[in-house]
Design a protein around this ligand. Structure first.
Ligand code: ZN
Length: 289
């Protein structure tokens, strides 16, 4: 499936979901993933907007649906239900026109603190990945990771489903923004995540697309695996107490061309990006030759 997708130039991913859900009434501070159960039609609208904009792969509204994350948001029900619903919503929206790589984000647990064992974290990710597969996911996207140990556990857990697995880290620290919060460099990430069994490696969130270019180059220098890049829409600004990203989609696309030159194979956006960004990426890479 990956080979087929990659045969015709960069694969277009989706953009941010949080802002899109807020536009549809998700209160700030509410846990978006619970909308898979309470407002599935709104979640499906977001997914469908990305498919219509030209995403070839969409994610799912399950970023915070490990049992640990759900519990922290006060959800005491079956985590499997939230995940199955999230994958199924994206699958419906994809309607055969796009693939679904279901999202798994960090648990929020600091493994180094030792409160929860690595086995427990692995089991939580495995249960999540299995539910996502049951919901119809074509692949798993482990994203927004800072801790390499947790990212590796998530990848290993995802791979037990047999689905292709992408994993992306947040490089937002160090004076060049080329380390994760836990100090992981792109090179070290590649070595360990390849070992964990990742099929696709990359970066998401944390900074604007300019900063993704050197990270992509450095990853490309140490691996032949396809690279997945989802940058934010520039730097956040505070306007009237709200976080706003103001990068123009066409400006984002210009930088994306450079990212592709540096080895990126999967292109989408993270915070502040919208279906307009995906439409612009699609126009650039899929409608002109
Ligand atoms: Zn983000």
């Amino acid at each position: 499936m990956l080979k087929e997708l990659l045969a015709n130039g960069p694969v277009i991913l989706d953009g941010g979901w949080g802002t899109q859900l807020q536009l549809r009434g998700l209160p700030i501070g509410a846990h978006p993933d619970l909308w898979n159960l309470t407002n599935p039609e709104k979640v499906e609208e977001v997914a469908r907007a990305y498919v219509e904009a030209g995403s070839q792969i969409i994610l799912s509204n399950t970023f915070g649906s490990s049992k640990f994350t759900l519990k922290r948001h006060g959800y005491d029900g079956d985590a499997g239900e939230v995940n199955r619903a999230g994958a199924a919503i994206s699958r419906r929206a994809a309607g055969g026109k796009a693939k679904v790589f279901a999202s798994m984000g960090p648990t929020g647990i600091m493994l180094v603190m030792g409160e929860v064992t690595p086995e427990e974290v692995f089991d939580a990710f495995k249960a999540q990945a299995e539910a996502l597969a049951e919901g119809g996911a074509d692949g798993i996207a482990v994203e927004t990771m800072s801790d390499l140990a947790e990212a590796s556990l998530a990848v290993q857990a995802a791979k037990t489903t047999g689905l292709p697995t992408a994993v992306t880290l947040v490089f937002d620290s160090g004076k060049n923004k080329d380390r994760t919060m836990m100090g992981v460099t792109p090179e070290k990430a590649v070595v360990e995540l390849v070992q964990a069994g990742a099929d696709i490696i990359g970066s998401n969130c944390g900074q604007g697309i300019d900063g993704f270019i050197p990270i992509c180059q450095r990853m490309h220098a140490v691996t032949d695996l396809p690279l997945w890049m989802k940058a934010n829409a520039g730097l956040p600004e505070m306007i009237d107490g709200k976080t706003v990203y103001r990068q123009d989609p066409l400006d984002f696309v210009e930088k994306a061309v450079e990212l592709v030159r540096c080895g990126a194979n999967f292109l989408g956006g993270c915070c502040g990006t919208s279906p307009d960004f995906i439409k612009a990426l699609h126009t650039k890479f899929k409608e002109t030759s």
